[in-house]
Design a binder for this molecule. Structure first.
Ligand SMILES: [Zn+2]
Length: 409
């Protein structure tokens, strides 16, 4: 039986380029974002070469280009790519903005995942450097010396230095860290890909600008972060054009090296309120069936989620909703251990699966009654605990004192 699976690799700098760069009819490459601006606040149109550029990411309206030369012309032949010769916007559906990425070329920076996480893979693979040393190099506090053409000596630091050290590693000749080396060899990945040369920029529809009812514009912090990176990057490029020596650029390069401890994902993307969702406190209700949950009358839904949604517990499960008149969510006590939930004030989010496909998936795969074992260990996660155990104990204990009392009466 062939099983479908997902494999996650480090992307090479050229792979990242291939996601983003496209050749225009005028033989120019498009894909690099050079301006930190997002949209023109008067016209609400994306700024050219900016973070929402139509030339880079695709049209904001179906089958319409920026200069309005093309308007609502649907192209039947899907293979043919039509690009407006005037504004260079591809004539296609606007949903392309959901997945087409942009790019920002920058001074190499160290990928924070491989530097600050445990184990620290960059240190693990660089044999003669301690994790303190690699951290010092990446944060521009320590230098390494390289020889150019076997003659000129040069001191370098930052991502650039780590990149050179990682490039020197000959994986095939190593006889230590075999597990890690094997992963690199098997996936045909290169250690120096842990340094970011080309920074992919998320598709614009995943970091949208939204107009509220009172006409104020709000946007995700990611756009500010990208704008900051683009600004520093253009400053470095400008200074380089003015032939400013590299050591004077260290301050700018250092600001590019994001030190983030908590990560963008944790800080910005999780725990957001989404459409067709709600949340409330959970309370116990043993009279429910295992695959049922009590949902307040104002809320209709069947996906329940308890934060944190981790891989070792089943943080999201589907339930058949039963409308109740109180304001909290009622949950069967046996599913608590799967959610790692208790009733001391825990809250749960409720989400409504909208499309037919997600509804089917919720009813068949995610329904709590089909998730009795932990995917991590295979052990049962429908477990009685606390009150249930105590109740069973009291019902079955030989209560001599009660017997004595009854006899007295
Ligand atoms: Zn046009």
């Amino acid at each position: 039986m062939i099983k479908e699976y997902i494999k996650i690799n480090i992307a090479s700098p050229s792979k990242i380029l291939s996601w983003t760069e496209r050749l225009l009819p005028n033989n120019k490459l498009v894909g690099e974002i050079t301006k930190a601006e997002t949209i023109n606040y008067e016209t609400f149109k994306p700024v050219n070469d900016g973070l929402f550029c139509e030339k880079i990411f695709g049209p904001i309206k179906d089958w319409e280009c920026n200069c309005k030369r093309y308007k609502k012309i649907q192209i039947k032949n899907n293979d043919k790519i039509i690009i407006c010769p005037k504004c260079y916007v591809e004539i296609t559906e606007t949903k392309i903005r959901n997945y087409r990425m942009g790019i920002k070329l920058s001074t190499p920076v160290t990928h924070i995942w491989y530097l600050k996480s445990i184990p620290n893979y960059i240190t693990k693979i660089l044999i003669n450097k301690s994790s303190e040393e690699t951290n010092k190099i990446s944060s521009f506090k320590s230098y390494i010396m390289i020889k150019e053409n076997n003659e000129n000596k040069r001191w370098i630091t930052g991502g650039e230095a780590l990149n050179i050290l990682l490039k020197e590693i000959k994986l095939e000749q190593r006889c230590d860290r075999l597990k890690l080396i094997n992963h690199f060899l098997q996936t045909k990945s290169n250690p120096h890909w842990m340094i970011i040369y080309n920074l992919p920029v998320l598709p614009p529809n995943l970091r949208p600008i939204v107009k509220l009812q009172d006409k104020t514009l709000i946007t995700t912090d990611l756009n500010f972060l990208y704008a900051k990176i683009i600004n520093i990057n253009s400053k470095i490029n400008k200074l380089r054009k003015m032939l400013v020596p590299e050591p004077f650029l260290i301050n700018e390069k250092f600001t590019l090296q994001i030190q983030g401890k908590r990560g963008r994902f944790r800080e910005n993307l999780l725990g957001k309120t989404v459409d067709y969702s709600g949340r409330s406190v959970i309370i116990v209700e043993p009279n429910l069936k295992l695959n049922e949950c009590g949902i307040p009358e104002e809320m209709h839904a069947i996906l329940l989620n308890r934060a944190p949604t981790l891989h070792r517990v089943i943080g999201i499960q589907a339930f058949q909703p039963k409308l109740i008149s109180c304001k909290s969510i009622k949950l069967h006590p046996l599913v608590c251990s799967a959610f790692n939930a208790d009733f001391d004030g825990d809250q749960m989010g409720v989400h409504i699966p909208l499309s037919l496909k997600t509804q089917a998936e919720a009813r068949l795969i995610m329904i709590s009654a089909n998730n009795c074992t932990s995917p991590a260990t295979g052990l049962p996660n429908i477990l009685p605990s606390q009150d249930m155990i105590l109740g069973c104990y009291y019902l079955t204990v030989e209560n001599t004192r009660l017997y004595y009392l009854l006899q007295q009466i």
